[in-house]
Design a protein around this ligand. Structure first.
Ligand code: C2E
Ligand code: MG
Ligand code: MG
Length: 267
C-alpha cells in the first residue's frame, strides 16, 4: 500500500505544481538574516511554499525534488525571482528600506544555458537593482561541474548579482575551486551550527576553521540554523558575519516581514 500511496501523493503534487502559479498556490516566505556584530537586519532569504488544495501546506523538501524531476522547477524558479523582485518593490513603495534578498537555485535551473539572461530580464523588468539579489547554490551542486559553475558565477557577478555557497561543509569541496568561485558568501550548514552545542571542542574547532577559511578568501560567513543563545554567543566571538535561524527569526510571510522592516526603521 505504501508505495501506491507515495505515487498517488507525488502525482497530486505534480498536478498542483502544474497550475500552482496561475492558481496562487505558491507563495514565498522570507527569513531574516542579521549581522553578527551589531545585530542589525542584514537581509532575507526567500523560501518557497506550496499550499496544496488537498494536502495542505507542503515544505520544499517534499515538493522541490518532484518539481526538479519533472522540470517544472525551471518555470517555478522564474516565478520565485519575479515574485521576490515584486515584493522588494512593494516594501519600497511602502516607504520601507531596500532589502537584499537571497534566492535558492536548484541543479536543473543551473543547467539552463539562458539562466543568467532570463533572470536579468526579469529583474530589470521589475525595476530592482541586481545587487539586491543574491543567488544561493549548494556546495554539492556547485562542485558537480566546477568549471561550469565558475563560468555561471562570473556571468552573474558581471551584472552585479551576488552569489552564496549554501550548505557549506556537507559536500566534498575542492578548496582550489572554492577559491576560484570568488563568491561573496559562504553559508555554514545547520549541521555544524548544531555541533556548537555538542560536548567537546571539535564542533567549535570546525566552525571557527570554516570562518577563518572564508575570511582568508575574502568571503563573508553566514551561520544557518542558529537556534540557541549559546550558539549565537560562540558565533559572535568567532566573528561570524551573519546569523540566520529560528532563535532570531523564523521564515515570515511578506506582510510579517514588512512589519519587521518597519520596526527596524523605527528603532
Ligand atoms: P536552505 O536554502 O538551506 O534553507 C534553509 C532551510 O532551513 C529552510 O527550510 C529554513 O526554514 C530552515 N531553517 C532556518 N532556520 C532554521 C533553524 O533555526 N532551525 C531549523 N531546524 N531549520 C531552520 P525550508 O524553507 O523548508 O527549505 C528547505 C530547502 O528547500 C532550502 O534549504 C532550499 O534548498 C530549498 N528551497 C527553498 N525555497 C526554494 C526555492 O525557491 N527554490 C529552490 N530551488 N529551492 C528552494
Ligand atoms: Mg538557502
Ligand atoms: Mg542551507
Amino acid at each position: 500500500a505504501g508505495r501506491n500511496e507515495a505515487v498517488t501523493r507525488t502525482l497530486k503534487i505534480q498536478g498542483a505544481l502544474h497550475d500552482a502559479l496561475s492558481s496562487g498556490h505558491c507563495s514565498l516566505h522570507f527569513q531574516p538574516k542579521f549581522r553578527g556584530d551589531s545585530g542589525e537586519l542584514a537581509g532575507a532569504e526567500a523560501l518557497l511554499r506550496l499550499n496544496h488544495p488537498e494536502l495542505g501546506l507542503l515544505a520544499p523538501m517534499e515538493f522541490i525534488p518532484i518539481a526538479e524531476r519533472s522540470g517544472q522547477i525551471v518555470h517555478i524558479g522564474h516565478w520565485v525571482v519575479r515574485e521576490t523582485c515584486r515584493q522588494i518593490r512593494r516594501w519600497m513603495t511602502e516607504g520601507l528600506p531596500a532589502m537584499r534578498v537571497a534566492i535558492n537555485l536548484s541543479p536543473r535551473q543551473l543547467m539552463q544555458p539562458d539562466l543568467v539572461s532570463t533572470v536579468l530580464e526579469i529583474v530589470r523588468a521589475e525595476n530592482v537593482e541586481c545587487h539586491q539579489i543574491m543567488f544561493e547554490i549548494t556546495e554539492t551542486v556547485a562542485m558537480q561541474d566546477a568549471p561550469k559553475t565558475i563560468e555561471m558565477i562570473h556571468a552573474f557577478q558581471a551584472h552585479g548579482f551576488e552569489i552564496s555557497i549554501d550548505d557549506f561543509g556537507t559536500g566534498y569541496s575542492s578548496l582550489a575551486y572554492l577559491q576560484r568561485f570568488r563568491v561573496k558568501q559562504l553559508k555554514i550548514d545547520r549541521f555544524f551550527t548544531n555541533g556548537l552545542d555538542a560536548d567537546g571542542h571539535e564542533g567549535d574547532a570546525i566552525v571557527s576553521a570554516i570562518i577563518a577559511l572564508a575570511h582568508s578568501l575574502e568571503m563573508d560567513v553566514v551561520a544557518e540554523g542558529v537556534e540557541t543563545p549559546s550558539q549565537l554567543a560562540k558565533l559572535k566571538t568567532m566573528m561570524c558575519d551573519e546569523i540566520q535561524g529560528f532563535l532570531l527569526g523564523k521564515p515570515l510571510t511578506a506582510d510579517a516581514f514588512g512589519t519587521l522592516l518597519q520596526h527596524t526603521v523605527a528603532a
